[in-house]
Write a protein that binds this ligand. Sequence first.
Ligand SMILES: Nc1ncnc2c1ncn2[C@@H]1O[C@H](COP(=O)(O)OP(=O)(O)O)[C@@H](O)[C@H]1O
Ligand SMILES: [Mg+2]
Length: 256
Amino acid sequence: MTANLGPTPATDPHPRGAAIGDGGGSRDVVVVDGLTKTFPGPPPVTALHPCQFTIRAGEYVAITGASGSGKTTLLSLLGLLDTPTAGRYVLDGVDVADLDDTTRSALRARRIGFVFQAFHLVGYRTVIDNIALGLLYQGIPTRERRARARAAADQVGLGHRRHARCSTLSGGEKQRVAIARTLVRNPSLVLCDEPTGNLDTATTRQILNLLDQLHHTGLTIVVITHDPTIAAAAQRHLTITDGHLSEIRREHATTL
Ligand SMILES: Nc1ncnc2c1ncn2[C@@H]1O[C@H](COP(=O)(O)OP(=O)(O)O)[C@@H](O)[C@H]1O
Ligand SMILES: [Mg+2]
């Protein structure tokens, strides 16, 4: 059973790449309807039971849940890294169900940014180089790549460190580079999987401040976390228990 949560109707298709600073809240970036994932096993495991929700442009959503509850499964579906067993997923106006692998990969590369707990940087290369790598396969000339990388470094507060090798950076600075590498591509949706999992409390606060600033520029952000501080910082809070997704609204949880 799915429960219809949203006041939000299904979207019309939208022009490509109008993600950041589009006014926020005016369109749906994610529309999920009956989305389900069962791993065949044996024994089969339904890691995500049918759920229905919408994420509007500019929203900042935290998804929490215990280990094994289905967080990575949901993130993989939203990030087009895996395909659902059933249900509909419309990303930025595109129904992804019928896409072939190549189109799907292109859509993922163009519209989705990932930020992981492990920063996945090239340590011996500079901040600018690592950020510019985010644009490598988009046919953008080197000069423009570097200009955009410089702007993204400034945006995450690393302009003064842009020629530093990433191996010399602190954990918080590395995560800023990883975030900038995502931003430089102007994604429609940024998916963060435990982005502060490797960071101490003070640095976690700085990264949360950065996510908050980016949220205020209109970026659409989904953070998966077990950290209640992060969930509290986000604008919306979804939680997943044994594959069942709910939305936490003040004191109440609503089944999705
Ligand atoms: N490839 C897979 N094959 C079979 N079961 C899986 C697979 N991936 C995840 N699962 C199961 O699905 C459930 C949810 O996993 P996951 O989404 O990784 O949880 P979380 O990220 O919240 O820790 C778990 O019971 C897990 O064992
Ligand atoms: Mg996980």
